[in-house]
Ligand binder design. Structure first.
Ligand code: HEM
Length: 122
């Protein structure tokens, strides 16, 4: 039998969709971050992020949205915004009792995206 991917170990798309839902509750409650999403269709956004994260951790279904560079180019995201966002993701995963080694794996896929997402380098 082939080794299970992290995507499957965590419970597949349903779990990731729950992670994404809880994550955006934190993002939209954060005074420093919520304005980024003022004009965003959150239903579409959640679907995109679910698909992106799923693919990053081993789902067979390809992510068909924009590249990270194109999706964030107009947003003036600073390193501090990226760090806070990663922090909300980690807290969300911890609250859902995802084991720390799995959280580390997810973060190791997300961290290298910082260079494409952060456009204001200060
Ligand atoms: C931590 C790593 C991140 C990942 C994996 C990620 C992922 C994504 C994805 C998949 C999309 C959708 C692309 C599409 O529409 O095709 C997107 C768009 C977006 N992201 Fe991120 N993102 C990250 C960090 C951030 C940060 C730090 C911010 C701001 C605090 C942010 C704000 C947004 C906004 C505002 C959009 C566009 C929504 C719109 O089109 O209205 N993202 N992101």
């Amino acid at each position: 039998m082939p080794t299970q991917t992290l995507f499957h170990e965590l419970g597949g798309k349903e779990t990731i969709a729950l992670v994404v839902d809880n994550f955006y509750v934190k993002m939209l409650a954060d005074e420093e971050l919520k304005h980024f999403f003022d004009f965003t269709d959150m239903k579409k956004q959640k679907a995109h992020l679910t698909s992106f994260v799923s693919f990053a951790i081993g789902s067979q279904e390809a992510y068909k949205g924009k590249s990270m560079k194109d999706a964030h180019a107009h947003l003036q995201i600073k390193p501090v915004h990226f760090q806070k966002t990663a922090g909300h993701l980690i807290a969300t995963l911890q609250e859902l009792n995802v084991p720390q080694d799995k959280i580390d794996t997810i973060i190791s896929k997300i961290a290298p995206l910082q260079d494409d997402i952060v456009t204001v380098k200060n």
